[in-house]
Each structure stands twice: as structure tokens, then as C-alpha cells.
Design a protein around this ligand. Structure first.
Ligand code: PLP
Length: 395
């Protein structure tokens, strides 16, 4: 047996944290790290947010789990609030992003089925996409490294190059049910889909009777300065998966749908044991209390601009390290001129935590509650790491 009793699936950094406070993580030796990885866009309100701690502990005193055999008031409330603040009419709660996507894909297929098109079951996706690690969602993501060795790829997914509208139009066929896209690609390298492209996708879906499905698992819940990233473009989907930020660290997700898109999801056709459990709902409602409070999202947008401007300055100063700064809101990416793993490790040496992404990008995903002072602190650490990397590149 190697190393530990755990599956060897994760290449973990040699760090182990004992507690967290806001944007900070504290390791077993008391060393403080500035957390701009944010649990990969999960810790939307940072660590140990008092409102989340009290929501969770208060619910824990009352009731943990009853199953979906019964009414769960927290579910109704959270669903109503998500509906009131989005394109959607209906919500299904899950435990993770991948399950929210599975629900969206199944809902799209059922919609076609009950609309007299049982032959339509295929979903078009985009290169660089990431939709999760279940058998269907690795097929949707289409990345060879995640599909290899897991048997035949689940049928029903057709992938086209990112941004190639001609290829997309060609890919639409008699079996196409839906188009699935992240309004801002996360794992794929923090690539924002241009507004014109989302508009065109909407038109094509309407023209061909397809459903437009967004994956906002990473870019949703205030990350871009709007509650949902699609609001930036003003192009609404028919279905949308969310997760990560809505739980603020408690595992949960949801599939949002219009009444029409959800028309095939009748009693018994889909289900979950844990999805929408009272603990998750208490936390999800508490996250929304904060994110929907007056001025919170405007502050996210303002701080994001401050951070992005600072990063752009560093890109000018260290062109041999930083090729480009990209992203929306507090979902930012540094496209590196050196291997992103090396840049991320250099930042970790400065006690700034970040996440590598595709396309040689380092992702910066600070909690939405980050302060101006912490942004300046992070910029200072990035500057120090870049200075070291650029001298070593010159040597
Ligand atoms: C993280 C992520 C998922 C998968 O979520 P899990 O909770 O890990 O299943 C799906 N889509 C996107 C865009 C993600 O970032």
C-alpha cells in the first residue's frame, strides 16, 4: 500500500489547515495563508462566516434529515427565492454540481420526450468545458484525460470548438435536444463567452426547438458581480445548474428550470436521497441573505475591478510571467508565460492560495467578502512571486 488509505486520485499540496477566518486559512503550525482558491469558488462568503455558522448550528439543533418523502420548508423558501431572482420557475435540489448537471441533462431529454420528440436526446457542448465527473458529465465535458479508461463514452454528447459558431450550427441535427455551456468557463481557463455568442445560441435554440442549458456551478451566485453570470449578457437559458457558491462550503447544488423546460419532470421520474436536506437549505438561505443584501453585489463588482486593474498593472510589469489577465468579476485568471503549476507553487510560497486551470491559467477565486486591503495584500504577494519568477527566467 502506498502513502495513505485514501484513493490516490488527488495530487494534494503538502498543506493541512486547521481553521479558517474570512479570507484566511491557518495551518497546523499557525501559519496564515491568504485564500484566493476559495475551495474552488465554493467558499463564497469565506471561512467561518458568522451568519452561516449560526444558520447551520441552529438547524442542527432541530432537524438534520427527513428525506423528500415529506415537505421541507427550507426547500420551498430557497426555491422561491432562486425563482424570484432568476429566469426560472422551478428548482430541483442536489448535493453537487455534477448531480445538478445530470438533472439538467435529464430534464432536457424529458422535455423533448413529452413534447413529441423522443428522438431528441443529444446535447451539444464546447471544448474546454467542465461539467463534473459522473459518467454522463465526463462525456459532456469531452476531455480525453477524464474519459480515458472508463469504457465507452456515454452516448448523447457532441462537442464543438469553443466559439466556433459554424461548427455548432453543423452539429445541430434531428437528435439534438439541447446546447450546454458555461457562461464563463472555469476549469477550461477562465474564458468568458461573448454576449453575441450567447445571443446566437438563444436564437438557434428557439429556431430548432432546443433547450439552452447553462452551467453556472462555478460562475453563479455573485461570482461575476451579478447573482448569475448570464445576467451580464441578458440572455436567459431554459435550464441552469448551480452548486459551489450557493452552499458556501456545505455540499449542495440545484437545477433551475422554466415551467416549460421542467414539463417532463413528473412525479417519480427523478429523485435524490440527500438533495435539499434541511441542513443544506438552512445554509443556502443564509448565503442568499448575504449575497442579496442591498449593495453586496455592487461591492463585488467594485472590488473585482480594483483587483483586475492591479493584475493588469502586474502583467505590464512582468510580461515574462503574465501573458494576460482574463475573467469576470471575482472569477479571474492569469494566463501564464511559465508553467501555471510553477506560478501557482511560487504564489503558495508567498502564502497566497490559487487554483491552476486549463490553457496554462492560474485562477484567482477570492471569497466575495474579500476586503480592499486583502486585495492589495494579494497583489503584493503576486508581485513578489512574479519578481522571483522573472529573475529566474532571465538567469
Ligand atoms: C465544479 C464544477 C462542476 C462539478 O461540480 P461537482 O460539485 O464537483 O460535482 C460542474 N461544472 C462546473 C462549471 C464546475 O466548475
Amino acid at each position: 500500500m502506498s502513502g495513505s488509505a485514501l484513493f490516490e486520485t488527488f495530487a494534494r499540496a503538502p498543506l493541512s489547515f486547521e481553521r479558517g477566518e474570512g479570507c484566511w486559512l491557518i495551518d497546523e503550525r499557525g501559519q496564515r495563508y491568504l485564500d484566493f482558491a476559495g475551495g474552488i469558488a465554493v467558499n463564497s462568503l469565506g471561512h467561518s462566516h458568522p451568519a452561516l455558522v449560526s444558520a447551520l448550528t441552529e438547524q442542527a439543533q432541530k432537524l438534520w434529515h427527513v428525506s423528500n418523502l415529506y415537505e421541507i420548508p427550507g426547500q420551498r423558501r430557497l426555491a422561491e427565492r432562486l425563482v424570484a431572482n432568476s429566469f426560472a420557475d422551478k428548482v430541483f435540489f442536489t448535493n453537487s454540481g455534477a448531480e445538478a448537471l445530470e438533472c439538467a441533462i435529464k430534464t432536457a431529454r424529458r422535455y423533448q420526450y413529452v413534447s413529441g420528440h423522443p428522438e431528441r436526446f443529444r446535447t451539444i457542448t464546447f471544448e474546454g468545458a467542465f461539467h463534473g465527473r459522473t459518467l454522463a458529465t465526463i462525456a459532456a465535458g469531452g476531455q480525453a484525460k477524464y474519459l480515458e479508461g472508463f469504457g465507452p463514452k456515454v452516448d448523447g454528447f457532441d462537442q464543438v470548438p469553443f466559439g466556433d459558431m459554424e461548427a455548432l450550427e453543423k452539429a445541430i441535427g434531428p437528435e439534438t435536444a439541447a446546447i450546454l455551456i458555461e457562461p464563463v468557463q472555469g476549469e477550461g481557463g477562465v474564458r468568458e463567452v461573448p454576449t453575441a455568442m450567447l445571443k446566437r445560441l438563444r436564437e438557434l435554440c428557439d429556431q430548432h426547438g432546443l433547450l439552452l442549458v447553462y452551467d453556472e456551478v462555478q460562475c453563479g451566485i455573485g461570482r461575476t458581480g451579478k447573482l448569475f453570470a448570464y445576467e451580464r449578457a441578458g440572455v436567459a437559458p431554459d435550464l441552469m445548474a448551480i452548486a459551489k457558491g450557493i452552499g458556501g462550503g456545505f455540499p449542495m447544488g440545484a437545477c433551475l428550470a422554466t415551467d416549460d423546460a421542467a414539463s417532463g419532470m413528473t412525479p417519480g421520474v427523478h429523485g435524490t436521497t440527500f438533495g435539499g436536506n434541511p441542513l443544506a437549505m438552512a445554509v443556502g438561505n443564509a448565503v442568499l441573505d448575504v449575497v442579496l443584501a442591498d449593495g453586496f453585489l455592487d461591492e463585488v463588482a467594485r472590488k473585482a475591478l480594483l483587483f483586475k486593474q492591479g493584475l493588469a498593472g502586474l502583467a505590464d510589469e512582468f510580461p515574462e510571467v503574465i501573458e494576460e489577465v482574463r475573467g469576470a468579476g471575482l472569477l479571474l485568471g492569469i494566463k501564464c508565460r511559465q508553467p501555471n503549476a510553477k506560478v501557482s507553487a511560487a504564489l503558495r510560497d508567498e502564502k497566497l492560495l490559487t487554483v491552476p486551470a486549463g490553457d496554462n491559467v492560474v485562477r484567482l477565486l477570492p471569497p466575495l467578502i474579500v476586503g480592499d486591503e486583502e486585495i492589495r495584500d494579494a497583489l503584493g504577494r503576486i508581485r513578489a512571486a512574479a519578481a522571483r519568477l522573472s529573475t529566474s527566467a532571465a538567469a
